[in-house]
Ligand binder design. Structure first.
Ligand code: PHE
Length: 314
């Protein structure tokens, strides 16, 4: 019987022999029925034979099923035994991560997000920001002009104007977006991400500005951040400051500009500066990402080199 089972090479025949052995009228079934007439040794032997035969049927069945499957696979293009393709899992770009974090912090402070066009007109990018034509401050930013007189937005401050024109005061908004200037080195790229906060209401002071900056930076860097302010100049703020933060090594790092919104800017947006005051601040959020993630070359962010992104742990 054992030999016979081993020779069978298809499931139908195996099933037939199985029924002939263990079925209702099967040979083994008949022998088992006579078991009570056997002595102890013979019973034990029959039990063993019964178990072994059943196992043999089972293992032969598995073998035949495997053979059938392998034969079927040979006819197919797919080889399931090959290693799968290496997994390429996508991640969120560090710049986007930083943007999400900064945005959610500002939102928790009650600011709402605004965006605007990257190709701006002269009014929003310069004139309304108290930088009329021929104003020397236009030279502070090397701008890309279009032939029709429009400009690639040099600062997200343009969005402040759009927001104030549209919703008036009181207003508490932040603007995010790409900005463009003719500069390129390890810490400057022609296109960079800027983020800007604007809060105009009655009785807003410089203290509100500094408190907001400190809270924002401390939340973003997950520790108590010491900041330093220096007097500066921007046409659209008065007084104007630049703010730095103290880094691990004790060095001061320049982060961005800020100040109290210039009365002329408020007037340009039909807001009465005698009644309302506000602060504004702006910084490059890619710079923030660079500091947070410990990177040394801003240009890497924009190379789109997946190997760099992977090796940097993103
Ligand atoms: N727009 C300024 C810049 O790009 C930064 C700034 C924003 C300064 C808001 C003051 C207030 O340099």
């Amino acid at each position: 019987m054992q030999e016979q089972i081993k020779k069978i090479d298809n499931l139908e025949e195996l099933q037939a022999l199985y029924t002939a052995t263990f079925g209702k009228n099967g040979t083994m079934t008949a022998r088992l029925k006579q078991m009570k007439d056997l002595d102890n040794d013979a019973r034990a032997a029959l039990n063993r034979e019964n178990t072994e035969l059943r196992e043999l049927f089972k293992s032969r069945q598995t073998e035949i099923e495997n053979d059938v499957m392998m034969a079927a696979l040979k006819g197919e293009m797919l080889d399931p035994s090959l290693n799968p393709m290496p997994e390429n899992r996508g991640t969120i770009h560090p710049l986007t991560q930083a943007l999400y974090e900064l945005s959610s912090i500002l939102e928790s402070f009650g600011f709402t997000v605004w965006t605007g066009p990257e190709v701006e007109d002269d009014w929003h990018n310069f004139t309304a920001l108290n930088t009329p034509k021929h104003h020397p401050a236009r030279d502070m930013q090397d701008s890309f002009f279009l032939e029709n007189g429009n400009v690639m937005r040099t600062q997200t401050s343009a969005i402040q104007i759009r927001a104030m024109e549209k919703v008036g005061v009181p207003i508490k908004v932040f603007a995010i977006g790409s900005t463009y200037r003719k500069e390129l080195d390890a810490t400057h790229t022609c296109m960079f991400g800027q983020m800007e906060g604007l809060y105009v209401d009655k009785n807003i002071t410089m203290v509100d500005l500094i408190g907001t900056l400190r809270a924002l930076l401390s939340r973003f860097f997950n520790r108590d951040i010491e900041i330093r302010i220096r007097p500066s100049y921007f046409p659209f703020t008065e007084p104007s400051i630049e703010f730095d933060m103290k880094w691990d090594n004790g060095k001061w790092l320049e982060l961005g500009g800020a100040g109290m919104v210039h009365p002329n800017v408020l007037k340009n947006c039909n807001i009465d500066p005698n009644e309302y005051q506000g602060f504004a601040f702006g910084f490059g959020w890619d710079r923030m990402a660079m500091l947070k993630y410990g990177l040394d070359d801003l240009r890497k962010f924009y190379d789109g080199d997946v190997r760099w992104l992977k090796n940097s742990g993103f």
